[in-house]
Ligand binder design. Structure first.
Ligand SMILES: Cc1cc2nc3c(=O)[nH]c(=O)nc-3n(C[C@H](O)[C@H](O)[C@H](O)COP(=O)(O)OP(=O)(O)OC[C@H]3O[C@@H](n4cnc5c(N)ncnc54)[C@H](O)[C@@H]3O)c2cc1C
Length: 333
């Protein structure tokens, strides 16, 4: 058993770190203070190929594995937690469902645009009265002619107002729970799509989180992602990848906090008790990193996802992640 990263993962980390520290970090404090979308950082990440890490080369992406994805988000989060979560949501839940469940036409239409960052992706599952219990969502998609008409309100949507494409989950069937849910590709400029309230959060101030309102939004049947009633499966598979990314996010935030604490301690007088605290933090961080990388490594084959394995590192790390530098907490998706 070899617990070291392979040379390609090590060199990938070094490249992302150089990019994140050199290009993303200089904007981080101002982005957080101003509560503004980090346009420069996201554009530069797109230019560097970081928005298409998981997209195969044939669709214009880098074709890398889930471990590279986790590492990329970890490194971005060390520099700017907001940029990291924007890229994470775009790459995982905002793009991967098309790869996993899209037909060839949907892949050819959307993946190259998502991989290059021409279009930012988002994922719209949560509603005011359905969070953890996502299967009870109330947004409807009524079949009309050769398409559907969507109505409903989504909340806590990351990248809201900046995304060009939303993967929206709505109820097509009479079933009240998971079996009635279907996924749709909804372009942001479709008539009837609008942004509602954008929320003030405790952290991640550069990452917009808010309401997506759908009022009589018509989409053709070709925008259905997967079969009718398959939407809950689409959502759960997407969240496997999302949880790997959020684990990377939490690791990066925690690493930045540990590094900052260490630097502050070196600058000032400190007692042995402080060393013990720092040692505890570093130990918990390293154990969480091993769990996160293991989950990512297990997820490298899309054919064999492990939902429980993906959930564990997010559970472990995101409840602990706090940073003094950005005041960020980890998001809930
Ligand atoms: C920053 C941020 C970004 C997000 N981005 C997105 C996004 O891009 N797209 C999207 O669709 N959603 C997004 N979400 C929403 C996220 O997925 C939900 O917050 C999450 O699913 C939890 O739902 P909830 O907030 O309604 O909490 P609830 O489901 O109401 O849970 C509240 C509390 O009750 C507990 N609880 C819930 N059910 C039970 C039960 N049966 N038994 C015991 N305890 C229970 C939970 O553990 C939790 O502690 C985001 C959230 C945040 C905070």
């Amino acid at each position: 058993m070899d617990l070291e990263l392979a040379p390609e993962h090590t060199s990938f980390r070094a490249a992302v770190r150089e990019f994140a520290q050199g290009v993303v970090r200089p904007h981080a404090a101002e982005v957080d203070r101003q509560h503004r979308f980090p346009h420069e950082a996201v554009a530069a990440a797109a230019e560097s190929g970081l928005l298409g890490v998981l997209v195969p080369r044939e669709y214009g992406g880098a074709g890398l594995d889930a471990l590279c994805f986790a590492i990329s988000i970890e490194e971005l989060a060390q520099a700017c937690a907001s940029t990291a979560v924007i890229v994470d949501v775009h790459t995982s839940v905002g793009t991967e469902p098309i790869l996993l469940f899209g037909d060839e036409g949907q892949k050819r239409k959307w993946l190259p645009r998502l991989a290059t960052g021409e279009v930012l992706g988002a994922f719209a599952l949560t509603e005011p009265s359905s969070g953890s219990d996502a299967a009870s969502l109330k947004t409807t998609a009524r079949p009309i002619g050769n398409g559907y008409v969507l109505n409903g309100t989504k909340v806590f949507i990351t990248n809201v107002g900046h995304a060009g494409l939303y993967i929206v989950f709505a109820r097509t069937g009479p079933d009240e729970k998971a079996a009635g849910v279907t996924a749709f590709l909804v372009p942001a400029d479709a008539r009837g799509v609008r942004v509602g309230q954008v929320f003030q959060k405790m952290g991640l101030h550069g990452s917009p989180t808010g309401e997506l309102i759908l009022e009589d939004v018509s989409v053709p049947a070709g925008n259905r992602l997967g079969g009718e009633g398959q939407g809950f499966t689409v959502a759960m598979r997407a969240l496997d990848s999302g949880r790997i990314g959020i684990s990377g996010q939490a690791l990066g935030i925690a690493q930045a906090a540990v590094d900052e604490a260490r630097a502050l301690m070196q600058e000032s007088d400190h007692g042995q008790g402080d060393d013990f605290v720092l040692a505890d933090m570093a130990t918990r961080l390293e154990s969480a990193r091993l769990l996160a990388y293991h989950a990512a490594w297990r997820s490298r084959s899309r054919a064999a996802p492990s939902s429980a394995m993906c959930a564990m590192p997010k559970r472990c790390r995101s409840t602990r992640a706090r940073t003094r530098s950005s005041g960020s907490s980890s998001p809930g998706i």
